[in-house]
Design a protein around this ligand. Structure first.
Ligand code: ZN
Length: 170
């Protein structure tokens, strides 16, 4: 038995909670990258989502997603022109939306979860998952907006700042 933040948990429960949080991290990462992908699609662009470290072995490679074998992966959504729909002709607002698509989708999930948590009476088991998913999405919004370099990639906050400084997105 180990006492964590006033809760007594045995080893089995700790492993279970760690596993749930790990899966929730991966799900939240996918939600975030899907947000970028949806905005890209709405703008008539093509996209490809990359999950994990590009120096690692490729686990899955399809038209829309490539997954590298990485234990704690970060993500990246690449957009590219489709036919005559060039990235360059997108408006300033739409280019900003592309950068913010990930956190916007995380925000939509936060709103949905708040509604679900408030209106549904959930058992402890489901409440643990929904609370963790809520917190993970809030954390993703905050962390992605902090202007920094992470895992060799620019955060969305830094990309937005660079974009308005140089009018180009790296
Ligand atoms: Zn992002």
């Amino acid at each position: 038995m180990i006492n964590i933040l006033g809760k007594i948990m045995n080893l089995g429960e700790i492993v279970k909670v760690a596993l749930i949080y790990y899966l929730i991290y991966l799900i939240t990462l996918i939600i975030h990258e899907l947000g970028h992908a949806i905005v890209a699609k709405l703008n008539g662009m093509n996209f490809k989502i990359f999950i994990g470290n590009k120096n690692k072995k490729v686990l899955l490679d399809t038209k829309y997603i490539r997954i590298y074998r990485t234990f704690l992966p970060s993500g990246f959504c690449q957009y590219y022109s489709k036919g005559d729909k060039s990235y360059d002709i997108l408006s300033l607002f739409n280019k900003s939306l592309l950068i913010l698509g990930g956190v916007l989708f995380n925000f939509v999930i936060v709103l949905i979860l708040l509604l679900v948590i408030n209106f549904l009476k959930m058992s402890n088991q489901y409440a643990l998952v929904s609370d963790a998913l809520l917190n993970a999405n809030i954390a993703f919004i905050i962390l992605n907006l902090i202007p920094c370099k992470f895992d060799g990639r620019y955060s969305d906050g830094l990309r937005l700042i660079n974009y308005y400084r140089n009018r180009k997105v790296s």
